[in-house]
Design a protein. Structure first.
Lengths: 485, 1042
């Protein structure tokens, strides 16, 4: 009797040991370990996936997946807030963000997350990846990482720093980080000046221009990943922000033909589409220089996609300011296709409100535009007028190319303007109409150091007022002792 | 085999002697002295022999007495053993309860000990003390029952795990909840619901099945649990069968729960007057385009909606337990079944549970004992939609707790055509103009949505004990704890732009195998006990699910119906493994000097490659003064029946770090259908456990023959190597903040516990327990000397950890009332200077002299980073309880009072309730400023203003003392006299009524000062932000034994 039980327990004890050491060192079944072996860089597929990952993180709702464009639009005068929700840009709209407001914290950290991933990628390629993929591919990929780094730094400068113009970038910028961080450590770092940050942005974009491929094999990739012309296009925006008009012209000329119809003659053949509606319904045309893609299985956020902010879908956060916003501007004619095709009115309880119709899909699968070719054309036009201080004929042709496709029949000539200032004003108005809901309005006010016009109960904000630019991220202030701002 | 033969012969012999010798049959009834109730299962043996029987359910016995035998021994657990000499053939015996409280058996790690021999700090709570309460899990009933044990139930949502702290908050980043050991197997604990109701893993334990709960607090008791012992250990022992004829118990109650202390909000007329005034003050009132009004419904009546009635209800509850237990010399069993259906105060929030437990123990022979436990529970944690009360939900737009008081009362639930007043953008504002509302009409979600959770929890074990020699015990126990959890949610197409269903399923599986060898030997006055053991525990998680959107046909709402878009949900895959070797040596000399030494070596997979193993030693000493001669000489023995000094020191750890915190990972994602890879987490290869050094000193005493027992103790827990997800500058761009062993804190305090049998005279008895504990929690170092702030639901920074403060102090901006001159709220900046706020215009912040206020650090106005200060601890310093139980003849009355004191609560809900957007307000707002010179409680109302009321940052005018005294339970019962019951063959029948969460004495204005928006998180306690109100429950029930 007794023996039977002893045998039982004896066999039981023998069959499993008292310590299964391998179980103390388990391997993840779902993720790649990142350590000194650079496992994420050991196969070409992993390296390619990392490049895609950079774009995926740029697509975050806190960045180009909507909120960046939202903040740029609602900080200005074209929209009236209807939900008073501080999670959905209410404080940006009222110009009352604090250093702990969620938009101030989230955009900052997401932009730097992408920057660090780009840095880690560049470091990892040097350490390992360059031996895994071909030299040509390695160059392309690193250039894409530099493009990602550049556009994120530009975003930070634009939201958190004073414009370059008034002081030539002497004011405090943001911390400049160019190597990857993946360990716990002390990351105190003083901000570089705005000028230094611009230097880095341009250095990265110049390198990207050199090393990026001319085109990809399909239109979707041309719109969602950086190729050479993307880097050049972004440089026109950057130089325009620095009020460096000669450089803007130099860059733009690389991708804008001398005469209409304006197109890029090498690389991806950027061109305007016949209808202004097309780029918002067919996302991968040559007009869309860079966009964030969404589809049914990868939808935008209900509180970050542009639709619920500007298209009256979902929570319909904002509606068009019909008092003093661009919608009410006489230059935005009722017959303008951008009004007839790209705005809508919704009447609820006998109150009619107007919205853009660029992002109509209620399931948030509209692609979110970051840059369109019409911007490059208008960048060039403005730079030409400003640098020549004349009613530049090419500038007028460029304006007509953009304006004329929507306001068919109206043709500007030199006689249309009372002078250079009037033409610049017309160009700015044109931009305001053309990019409504696409996040360029604040950019235009900021680069020119212009006051933010009043809207509803929100007063005028002058460039000298505290709320003109966003405050520094409160978390950065807390955890970076050298931030100094 | 040989033994069985012997027994058989013995029985034959007995039969034989019955035939030939002068034997007789003795009968009688055994009753308990206290209540005179018959005692079933009392062992009746013939003195000096092994022959015997047990009493039946009615307490009667019948035994054959062989010739020459003349005395019987009666023994029963909890009663003093008595031997009686028989003169006739009838013998009724009255058994006295065992008064010696110090002889109670405590369940400790991997064994048991009498209270008298224990040198650890251990509180024992009897299962009967927490039974029959309208709770969903036993933890909720533990409040006030044991010294140094804090239970705070954070909200009124059913089955949420309470904050369960033993001797303060012992961690910052890791769990500070104790280790829960159920019948020798470490159980899953915490919330396993992914729905909108709570899903406490421990609700599988029916409180009525619990025999004892032993709470191990100091190092001598917890060091045997090594890297898991830092937060204390709670050892639960379920009921086992007792020898005797089977006893069937049925306990059943039903009851109702009503919401308490709801804020009183404005009705439609008051609301319209106030908001129009606010619109006028804002300069935006326009009789054509910006106004509010009291509208008419379809019947022509004024619309005046009480949204709290839409959200809250009077819930009803029902609970039944049935158990059977019994056994003989060899086998004992306990089986029970429980069905409970409880409704919460929030509509559709239900808890429905079916559970079963079966315990069986069999003594095969002198050497071998084995047994098994099987328990299974199927629990439905049901809710329609977010209550806004669970951790992370404080600002949920659909949070029922908030919208019940936020929604304007002049809006209808249904439009006049009978349809919902709802759009996908929020509730409609009917004929009001000038604003819109993004908050939904709760009626829609309550009717159409669901956010349910189902937990299948199996806890089982088998064990084998071999005693090769009487003093050697070899034991092997293999246990399982499996939680299979299913979440099922649906968002309707009426008020959601995208209707969808999300379902997911996760298997949490754990096995635990413990092998121990115990040696107990007594040499003269030396008593020695040695335990050696090995434990392995492995846990895995495997989960997956579907998130489907765009419903194809609104007639359906199940996950299996037609949807056009399919996504994933709840993917999880992880594992951990713990291997340990441990030992314990207990020695005492003459029950006078005690020593207990333990050591454990733990290896845990979660830690960094270089830090897999650790050692955790502990030692305790005890000295029973009452056994010393001097004690008698000075006459102290006249008062003190026992007086034991004790102290302990040891090291324990906290290993709640998850599966792979030592490693950094890149994870896959997808970008426009193409796979992506990128940094997803940052690990730390040197990661080790948090170490808790525990010091403990105190004394236990018994007065008047242990009629009063008590203990007074001091303790200090020095926790070092605190793990932090150390925040780095966001510009460093790390994917996650790595866990780093950095920082330290301590908890120190006192505990006092007193148990007394106050009155015991004839038919009247009064027993009472009082306990109180004081705890001081101090952070002594933090990463980089920094202070770390914590937010509620990622939106509002409410708490701060800083060196010199306690864990989770409130981080608040101070204020100085309302300026009578202009009705503006006055805030105080960091320097204490008064700054006024107005919502109007571009310049919002003014100095008191009317000039613009410009902070020197370049920030704008009053803001939290510049101006908030540590406003004191959010965790109570004082906790305790008072339990009392009266018996008079058939009547009994028992109460439990609990109290917590010495802490602050941030009542963020008050900011919502005075917000000057379209939000409804409490009637308090009526005392707002309107004319110069007026001294008012609230500022001038300006439509859109969400700063003056405290929505933008936490303020002192919304912060209150949390001190409270609660009448937690009151239970009145009546037991039908035996004389009546005996005819019905019922041994016991009791009727009772219970009140739960009965009265609260507090200055706190919220529904319940036992509250928390952030669940069991350590660093953001003391915040009540839009938490749904709590309820009060009354039940009536009966229990029958037969």
């Amino acid at each position: 009797m007794k023996k039977k039980y002893l045998y039982m327990i004896g066999i039981g004890l023998l069959s499993v040991s008292a310590c299964q050491k391998d179980k103390l060192f388990p391997a993840s079944q779902t993720s790649v370990v990142a350590d000194d072996n650079f496992l994420p860089f050991t196969t070409p597929a992993r390296i390619t996936a990392q490049v895609e990952g950079l774009y995926s993180n740029m697509r975050s709702g806190n960045l180009f997946g909507g909120r960046y464009q939202v903040y740029n639009d609602v900080k200005a005068e074209n929209w009236i807030n209807s939900t008073a929700n501080s999670v959905t840009a209410y404080q940006t709209w009222t110009e009352t963000v604090s250093n702990t407001s969620s938009e101030v914290l989230s955009l900052w950290s997401q932009a730097y997350y992408v920057i660090n991933n780009a840095n880690l990628f560049i470091d990892g390629m040097t350490a390992k990846g360059n031996t895994v993929v071909s030299a040509a591919l390695a160059k392309n990929y690193v250039a894409e990482a530099k493009f990602a780094r550049a556009i994120c730094y530009y975003t930070l400068v634009e939201m958190y720093c004073k414009p370059y113009g008034p002081d030539g970038g002497a004011s405090a910028g943001v911390p400049m980080r160019l190597t990857g961080n993946n360990l716990y450590g002390n990351y105190d770092l003083a901000p570089a000046t705005v000028a230094k940050v611009y230097d880095q942005i341009l250095a990265d974009l110049n390198a990207a221009e050199t090393d990026l491929p001319l085109t990809y094999t399909d239109a979707a990739t041309n719109t969602t990943r950086a190729h050479r012309n993307t880097a050049i296009a972004l440089k026109t925006r950057v130089y325009l922000s620095m009020q460096k008009y000669a450089e803007t012209i130099t860059e733009a000329n690389k991708i804008v033909s001398a005469a209409a119809p304006f197109t890029a003659t090498t690389g991806v053949a950027f061109a305007l589409q016949a209808s202004p509606l097309t780029p918002f319904r067919t996302y991968t045309t040559t007009e869309s220089i860079f966009s964030e893609p969404y589809l049914a299985t990868e939808t935008g956020g209900s509180q970050s996609a542009l639709g619920p902010y500007f298209n009256g879908t979902g929570s319909a956060e904002f509606y068009l300011n019909v008092t003093n916003g661009i919608y009410a501007n006489a230059a935005f004619k009722a017959t303008d296709l951008r009004k007839t095709l790209l705005t809508i009115s919704v009447t609820k309880s006998a109150v009619t409100k107007f919205y853009t119709n660029k992002f109509p899909i209620t399931t948030y699968t509209d692609w979110q535009p970051v840059m369109r070719y019409s911007e490059v054309l208008l960048n060039l036009a403005e730079a030409r007028v400003r640098s020549t201080n004349t009613l530049d004929p090419q500038a007028i042709a460029l304006l007509n190319a953009v304006h004329g496709r929507s306001d068919v029949g109206t043709v500007y000539t030199a006689a249309s303007f009372t002078g250079v200032a009037d033409m610049i004003s017309t160009l700015l108005t044109e931009r305001n109409i053309e990019f409504l809901g696409e996040g360029l309005r604040w950019n235009d006010l900021w680069r020119l150091n212009l006051p933010i016009p009043a809207k509803a109960a929100v007063p005028v904000i002058n460039p000298t007022d505290g709320p003109y630019i966003w405050p520094m991220s409160g978390n950065e202030q807390q955890y970076n002792k050298l931030i100094g701002r | 085999m040989k033994k069985n033969l012997l027994q058989f012969l013995f029985v034959l012999l007995l039969l034989g002697s019955n035939a030939y010798a002068q034997s007789k049959t003795v009968t009688g009834t055994v009753t308990g002295k206290d209540d005179g109730a018959p005692l079933p299962g009392v062992s009746v043996t013939i003195a000096g022999s092994k022959a015997g029987t047990v009493t039946k359910a009615d307490g009667t016995y019948s035994i054959n007495m062989p010739a020459g035998q003349n005395s019987l021994t009666f023994s029963y657990i909890g009663y003093l053993t008595t031997t009686k000499v028989i003169s006739g053939v009838k013998l009724n015996v009255v058994l006295e309860t065992n008064q010696k409280a110090l002889n109670e058996v405590l369940v400790v790690g991997y064994g048991t000990q009498t209270k008298r021999e224990s040198v650890g700090s251990i509180s024992q709570v009897k299962g009967s003390d927490i039974a029959q309460q309208p709770v969903q899990n036993f933890e909720q009933a533990l409040a006030g029952k044991a010294a140094g044990v804090q239970i705070t139930i954070p909200n009124g949502v059913l089955n949420t795990p309470p904050v369960f702290h033993i001797r303060g908050t012992n961690s910052i980043s890791l769990s500070s909840q104790p280790l829960i050991v159920v019948d020798g197997v470490v159980s899953y604990s915490g919330d396993f619901s992914g729905g909108e109701s709570g899903g406490n893993a421990l609700s599988n334990i029916n409180p009525d099945d619990i025999e004892t709960i032993d709470i191990l607090k100091d190092a001598s008791a917890t060091a045997i649990y090594g890297s898991r012992g830092a937060n204390g250990v709670v050892v639960i022992t379920t009921k086992k069968g007792k020898k005797g004829t089977s006893v069937v118990s049925v306990d059943s109650w039903m009851g109702m729960t009503k919401v308490i202390r709801l804020p009183k909000v404005l009705d439609a007329y008051q609301y319209v007057a106030l908001k129009n005034e606010a619109l006028v003050n804002a300069g935006t009132y326009n009789p054509a385009s910006a106004f509010t009004l009291v509208d008419k419904d379809a019947n022509g009546n004024d619309i005046n909606t009480d949204w709290t009635k839409v959200v809250y209800r009077t819930g009803s509850s029902y609970n039944t337990n049935v158990s059977v237990s019994g056994g003989n010399d060899k086998t004992s069993y306990y089986a029970s079944g429980n069905y409970t259906k409880q409704q919460g105060v929030i509509k559709k929030n239900d808890f429905v549970s079916k559970s079963m437990l079966f315990n069986v123990d069999h003594k095969a022979n002198k050497y071998v004992t084995y047994g098994a436990k099987l328990s299974y529970a199927d629990q439905m944690n049901l809710a329609a939609t977010s209550s806004g009360s669970l951790s992370g939900e404080a600002y949920a737009t659909a949070g029922l707790g908030r919208i019940a008081t936020l929604l304007p009362p002049n809006l209808p639930i249904y439009l006049n055509d009978g349809s919902y007043n709802s759009t996908t953008a929020g509730i409609g504002i009917v004929n009001n103009k000038g604003y819109s509302i993004s908050y939904p009409n709760p009626q829609v979600a309550l009717d159409l949505d669901r956010a349910n959770n189902e937990i299948n929890h199996t806890a089982a074990n088998v064990y084998l004990v071999i005693n090769p020699l009487p003093w050697i015990t070899l034991k092997s126990q293999y246990g399982l704890d499996y939680i299979f959890t299913t979440n099922d949610s649906f968002a309707n197409p009426v008020n959601n732009a995208t209707a969808g269903a999300t379902d997911n399923y996760a298997q949490n599986k754990r096995w635990d195998w413990v092998n121990t060898a115990q040696f107990d030997k007594t040499f003269g006055k030396h008593s020695l006990s040695l335990l050696l053991g090995n434990e392995q525990q492995r846990s895995t998680v495997y989960g997956f699910g579907l998130a489907r959107t765009v419903l194809s046909d609104p007639a359906f709402n199940q996950i299996q119906a037609g949807f056009t878009t399919n996504g994933t949900s709840g993917l999880s895959n992880s594992e951990d493994y713990l291997v340990s070797f441990f030992g314990r040596l207990n020695y005492n000399f003459d029950q006078k000097y005690f020593i207990s030494a333990t050591v454990r070596k733990d290896g845990f997979s979660g830690f960094g490659a270089s830090q897999k193993y650790g050692y955790f030693p502990g030692v305790g000493l005890g000295w029973e003064l009452a056994k010393e001669k001097i004690w008698t000489t000075i006459g102290a023995d006249k008062i003190f029946s026992s007086f034991k000094l004790k102290g302990s020191y040891g090291k324990t750890g906290n290993n709640n770090v998850g599966a792979f915190p030592g490693l950094s990972f890149y994870s896959n994602g997808v970008f426009n259908t193409i796979p992506t890879l990128g940094p997803s987490s940052n690990g730390n290869a040197n990661l080790a456990w948090e170490t808790s050094k525990k010091y403990d000193a105190g004394f236990d005493f018994g007065l008047f023959n242990d009629r009063i027992t008590g203990s007074l103790g001091w303790y200090k827990n020095d926790v070092t190597g605190l793990l932090f997800n150390v925040p780095t500058a966001p510009s460093a761009g790390l994917a996650s903040s790595p866990l780093v062993n950095i920082g330290s804190l301590y908890n120190k305090g006192y505990e006092f516990n007193l148990d007394a049998e106050v009155i015991k005279s004839g038919s009247f008895r009064w027993t009472a327990n009082f306990n109180i504990a004081y705890n001081e929690n101090r952070i002594t170092s933090l990463p980089g000397g920094q202070q770390i702030t914590y937010s509620t639901s990622s939106l509002e920074i409410t708490n701060i950890n800083r060196v010199g403060g306690a864990v989770g102090d409130l981080y608040i901006i101070k204020s100085a009332g309302i300026d009578p001159a202009n009705g503006r709220r006055i805030f105080l900046n960091a320097a204490g200077t008064k700054v006024e706020y107005t919502f109007l215009g571009t310049q919002h912040w003014f100095n008191m002299d009317g000039t613009n206020y410009t902070p020197t650090n370049g920030t704008v106005g009053i803001n939290q980073n510049s101006d908030a200060s540590d406003y004191g601890n959010s965790v109570p310093k004082w906790i305790g309880g008072f339990s009392s139980s009266f018996h008079y003849k058939g009547f009994d009355l028992s109460t439990t009072l609990t109290f917590q004191a010495g802490f602050k609560l941030y009542y963020g809900t008050a900011a919502s309730l005075t917000d000057q957007r379209f939000w409804n307000n409490t009637t308090d707002i009526l005392d707002h400023w309107t004319t110069p010179g007026q001294v008012a409680a609230f500022p001038r109302v300006v439509f859109g203003d969400n700063v003056s009321n405290g929505t933008s940052f936490p303020t002192d005018f919304n912060t209150y003392s949390g001190n409270f005294l609660k009448v937690k339970t009151l239970n009145i019962g009546y037991t039908i006299p035996k004389s009546i019951l005996n005819k019905a063959k019922i041994s016991n029948l009791r009727f009772y009524v219970t009140g739960y969460n009965l009265f609260i004495f507090t200055h706190y204005p919220g529904s319940d000062p036992e509250v928390g928006s952030n669940g069991t998180s350590n660093s953001s306690q003391g915040v009540d932000r839009n938490t749904a109100a709590n309820g009060r429950t009354f039940t009536a029930g009966l229990s029958i034994k037969f």
